[in-house]
Ligand binder design. Structure first.
Ligand SMILES: [Fe+2]
Length: 287
């Protein structure tokens, strides 16, 4: 089964969102959508999400799922905005509860903030399956970048989020709370155990040095042969040393503070105050 995959690249955050359609019908899933956010002004915009909505409406597709590969730290999810207009169920990994617990503390959320994943419509565990029309999707738990990261395999395609990037760029950072380079290495092995011809769709692309164009589609075979961090039979020790050293030099993503507060709520803003105004917090010296 070969799903039709349409990609939407967000220039501001280098995120790729996907519309994945059952080739034998009109059902689709939307993976990792983006709500535009300008930190300087505190303003949201729906341009990126509206492009996906217009595409889905134009094609006449029915949205069954709004899937998140993880709680993103670099962009806000547009899943609830798209759900309002197109329907579908919002799904994420069951370990979201750990992420909610961690960041509930960082942002000093009160007891009103539920840490049970109940903001989402579906919590997936390793081995769960779901359907997009007649097409089956399967869930692999692939932690390391975050504790709750999932890979969704749908037909011959795998949506790996921020585990693997394009072969010339490597892998995602593992230094967020609950991240682990050792765990990521093991998760990557799970993905590389899929058939060589499996199409891999990555969650971000930053153009590796020397590459002119953005890219987001590769295969398991290419990753095994050429991934600069984990390909060519690199050992776990080699990977962990490289990854930890590199992570120590990386700045926090620009939108991590708003992204976490919104994405741990399944893309909803924190509750409005008594006047109806919405605020995000900036924890000082906590991240
Ligand atoms: Fe991420």
């Amino acid at each position: 089964m070969k799903p039709e995959v349409s990609a939407f690249f967000d220039d501001a955050t280098n995120t790729i969102s996907y519309v994945v359609r059952d080739p034998n019908g009109m059902s689709c899933a939307i993976i990792d959508s983006v709500l535009d956010f300008d930190y300087s002004s505190g303003r949201t915009d729906t341009k990126s999400a509206d492009a996906i909505i217009a595409f889905v409406k134009d094609k006449g597709y029915t949205v069954e799922w709004l899937l998140e590969t993880h709680v993103h730290a670099d962009h806000l999810s547009a899943a609830p905005y798209i759900q309002d207009q197109l329907g579908g169920k919002i799904g994420i990994g069951d370990r979201i509860k750990i992420v909610q617990d961690t960041f509930g503390k960082v942002f000093n959320e009160g007891t009103d903030f539920q840490r049970d994943g109940s903001q989402f419509d579906q919590l997936f565990q390793e081995g769960d399956s779901f359907h997009i029309g007649q097409m089956r999707g399967d869930v692999l738990h692939t932690p390391g970048h975050t504790p709750a990261c999932l890979t969704y395999t749908i037909g011959d395609a795998a949506f790996v989020g921020d585990t693997l990037f394009m072969p010339d760029f490597g892998t995602a950072r593992c230094d967020f709370p609950g991240g682990s380079s050792e765990t990521l290495f093991d998760s990557v092995q799970k993905i590389l155990a899929l058939p060589n011809e499996t199409r891999i769709f990555v969650g971000h692309d930053y153009k590796a040095p020397g590459r002119e164009e953005y890219a987001w589609e590769t295969t398991v075979g290419e990753q095994k042969a050429r991934n600069v961090h984990v390909g060519e039979g690199k050992s776990k020790e080699q990977f962990v040393e490289m990854r930890d050293q590199r992570d120590a030099s990386l700045a926090m993503p620009k939108l991590i503070i708003p992204s976490l507060q919104v994405n741990m709520r399944a893309g909803q803003m924190p509750p409005a105050d008594e006047k109806g105004d919405v605020f995000l917090k900036v924890p000082v010296n906590k991240l």
